[in-house]
Design a protein around this ligand. Sequence first.
Ligand code: NAG
Ligand code: NAG
Ligand code: NAG
Length: 322
Amino acid sequence: MENALLPSIILTILLNLRPAESPDPACRNTCGSLAVKYPFGTGSGCGSPRFHPYVTCVHVEDHDDLVLATHTGSYPVTSISYTGSTLIISPPNMSTCTSMKPSPNLGLDWSGPFELGSSTFVLLHCEPPTASLTINDSSICDLSSSNLCASVYACPAVLNLGLPLFSPTNTCCVYSPANFDSKGELDLQALKCGGYAPVMSLGDDPTDPTGWEYGVELKYTQGALDSNHMDTKCPTCENSGGVCGYEPASLAFVCVCAGGYNTTTDCHPYNQVQGIMWSSASFPSRKDRWRNLGYSGLVWLAAACSMNQCLRRFFFQVEMNS
Ligand SMILES: *[C@@H]1O[C@H](CO)[C@@H](O)[C@H](O)[C@H]1NC(C)=O
Ligand SMILES: *[C@@H]1O[C@H](CO)[C@@H](O)[C@H](O)[C@H]1NC(C)=O
Ligand SMILES: *[C@@H]1O[C@H](CO)[C@@H](O)[C@H](O)[C@H]1NC(C)=O
C-alpha cells in the first residue's frame, strides 16, 4: 500500500514544484491601456528596430505610458491606428480649451519613421498681426478659419496665457502645415507665439471648442524598410500569440513568446506545453534551462517508475553520485 502510493506522491510533489510563474516577457503586447503591436515595441528588441529609439513603454508613477521621444521632448502616445498607420500624441505643454499654457517648440526627428499627419495648429498669443506671419516668405495663417480663433479665445483658460477673454484674433493663427521646418520643428519661438492648440477634429459643433478633439496626429511609415523580412514573418508570430521583435545585435527577426521563449517563427509549440517543451528555441536563462530540463526529466522518470524498486534504485544512484 505505502509502496504503491510513493510514485504518485512524488509525481504530485514534482508537479507542484513546476515553475508557477513565467518570467516577465521581454516584449509586451500592451502598454497601459494601449495595444502595442509591430512596428511598435515596448522596449529594446521589441517591435521594429527603426521605431525603437523613438517609442518605448515607460513606467510613470503608478502607470505605464507609451512615449515618443524626439529632440524636443517626450510625448505620451494616446492612440494608435494600425490600419491607418497613424498615431496621436498629447504633448504635455499643448493647449486645449480647458487648459492653456506656454509651449516650447514641438519637433520630430527627420531620421525617425514619423511625419506630421493632418492636425491643425491654432497658434495662440502670437505677436500681432498674425496676418503677416510667414515661413520662407509665404504667409501661414488660414485667415478664412479665424472663426476658430474667436471660439478658442472664448475659453476662460486663455487667462493663463496672459490674454483677456475674447481678445482680438490678430494674435491667433490657424496653421495647417504639411511638414515642420528644416529643423523638424513647429518653431513657436521664431514665429513669436506663446502656445498652440493642436486640433484633430471640430466635433459636432465647430463653435464649441470644449467639444473639439485635441492632439497631434502623426503618420508612420510601415516597416517596409526593415531588411530582415519582419513584415512577412510578423503576422504569423502575432497570430500565434507572440510579440514581434528583433535580436538587438544582428536585427534578425525573433518571435517573443510567453514564458520567455524566443523563436524564429511563431509560438505554437510553446502555447501547449509551455515550460517543458524545448527545441531550437532560446531559453530565458541558463539557470531556467537546467531547471526546466531537470524538471521534465524527473517527471518522466517518476511516471515511468510505477514500482517501488525502480524508485529505490533511482534514489540509491542519486545518493551514490552526490
Ligand atoms: C528574446 O528576445 C527579446 C527581444 O529581442 C530579448 O529581449 C530577450 O532577451 C530574448 N530572450 C532570450 C531568452 O533570448
Ligand atoms: C512643459 O511641461 C513640463 C511638464 O509639465 C514642464 O516641466 C515644463 O516646464 C513645461 N515647459 C514650458 C516651456 O512650459
Ligand atoms: C524654407 O526654405 C529652406 C531653403 O530653401 C528649406 O530648406 C526649408 O525646408 C523651407 N522651410 C519650409 C518650412 O518650407
